[in-house]
Design a protein. Sequence first.
Length: 115
Amino acid sequence: MRSGVRFWGATTIALAASGAANSADLEPAVQLPSALWSWSGGYIGGRVGVGYGQKSFSNPYGPSVYGGGVDSPVFLAGGQIGYNWQKNSWVFGLNSMPAVLSPTAQIPASQPPAQ
């Protein structure tokens, strides 16, 4: 009995030390493809937008010449253009993103306060 325990103990140690039971040595059954896409290349695009704001206010010194509110519609237009280079897991690039904003405040016409 004692010699059987020694035998199996020595066998277990020998297998573990030799790396025969190490599954990391096996080749994977399926080779994974390299990256399916690349960030390298040029791009161009555009954007547009609109906005609207309204502000009401009061004058503590009496009625305002401009009325009690201001409407402010806004239009935005812009674009982007650039180029990227991918090297392994790093992406380097140049880009430009110009935009134009056209805010216009519309103050309602009002009569000056009566004296």
